[in-house]
Ligand binder design. Sequence first.
Ligand code: ZN
Length: 94
Amino acid sequence: MSSVSDHDDRDLEAELESTGAGKVGIPVDAICVGCGRSRVKRANLEEIRQNPQIDPTTLDATELTSFKHVCHPFGSATWWNPAAILTELLESTS
Ligand SMILES: [Zn+2]
């Protein structure tokens, strides 16, 4: 279990609530392969090759596959590598 949210000045909750984060899936901190930025995204469990019935708090970010998501400055869909599962945001949004 890893969490990076206490160690930087990003507002992860605000990022999750922004339209760019997406509407369905679990909150993950992900890195855009196009521009290298880290953003909070919602990752659909099926998209990251996980059982949709699984308890997301038991997942490890290293087990997740890259997923496609829009990068807004980029303006099109690109690949994102999950860096951490934001379980604290998972609880606050369910
Ligand atoms: Zn990008």
